[in-house]
Design a protein around this ligand. Structure first.
Ligand code: NAP
Length: 243
């Protein structure tokens, strides 16, 4: 059976991706940092589809833990066919007031963490001459956003990483893509002020926030054979917000 690793798979978008990939027939490793109960709930949902699931704690921003996440996935489930780089945080603040810690923690988790996990998983994919990597970037990485210079830099950085790696790994059959979600209803966006939410809805042609399943469907497609000629792409899932 094919194997997937989803970082940040315990909640929100990552949980929807993990269960969608299980429904597609993958055995799925659910990476998380602290939320063991939530991760166990996602594993139960995976197992309910008849596939194998495993919850693995690791802080992707710590190099050894990120590499350990990949080896623990391979030990538990087998070689990784699909890698979804979804773990992410926000530490918002206006540029002039942004602390170095808030800048660095977002870059470390959202960008460097993705690099660590990908590098650890890539060797096996290159050797086996196949695999699909999908990074969860953001509309903010394409457009920028006041108060999110750290987050936008990390998400734009992911796109640069994806496009570069797509060029390096394509010859070995490894596809590397990104999705750029708009505003999706999860814990991450739960505390948006009403005015901001109204402004976003007003600027979104489809007139609603996205759901985690809206993102999961596209990630599922990108991991599938139906996307066999797609690499280096960034697919927006934003209800038209960035058009
Ligand atoms: P969320 O509900 O806050 O979930 C974040 C996930 O990432 C959790 O599973 C969390 O694990 C994990 N995580 C955070 N830091 C980690 C670390 N250092 N190491 C390992 N895992 C870590 O977020 P979400 O809204 O689903 O977002 C998922 C991804 O989509 C993020 O990359 C986010 O930037 C991106 N995105 C979100 C939106 C949106 O509107 N929600 C829009 C565009 C892009 P624990 O719970 O165990 O800490």
């Amino acid at each position: 059976m094919p194997v997937a690793l989803v970082t940040g798979g315990s909640r929100g978008i990552g949980a929807a991706i993990a269960t969608a990939l299980a429904a597609d027939g993958y055995d799925v490793a659910v990476g998380y940092r602290g939320g063991a109960d939530a991760a166990a709930g996602v594993v139960a949902a995976i197992e309910a589809t008849g596939r194998r699931g495993v919850a693995l704690a690791a802080d992707v921003a710590v190099e050894d833990e990120a590499a350990g996440l990949v080896s623990a996935t391979e030990d538990a489930l087998g070689p990784i066919d699909a890698l979804v780089l979804n773990a992410g945080i926000t530490r918002d603040g206006l540029f002039m007031r942004m602390s170095s810690e808030d800048w660095q923690s977002v870059i470390d988790t959202n960008l460097t963490g993705a690099f660590y996990v990908t590098r650890a998983a890539l060797r096996g994919m290159l050797k086996r001459r196949g695999g699909s990597i999908v990074a969860v970037s953001s509309v903010v990485g394409l457009t920028g956003n006041p108060g999110q210079a750290n987050y936008a830099a990390a998400k734009a950085g992911l796109i640069g990483m994806v496009k570069s790696l797509a060029r390096e790994a394509g010859g070995r059959g490894v596809r590397v893509n990104a999705v750029a979600p708009g505003y999706i209803a999860t814990d991450m966006t739960a505390d948006l002020p009403d005015a901001t939410r109204d402004q976003i809805l007003g600027a979104t042609p489809l007139g609603r926030l996205g759901t985690p399943e809206d993102v999961a469907g596209v990630v599922s497609f990108l991991c599938s054979d139906a996307a066999g000629f797609i690499t280096g792409s960034v697919i927006s899932i934003d209800g038209g917000l960035a058009t």
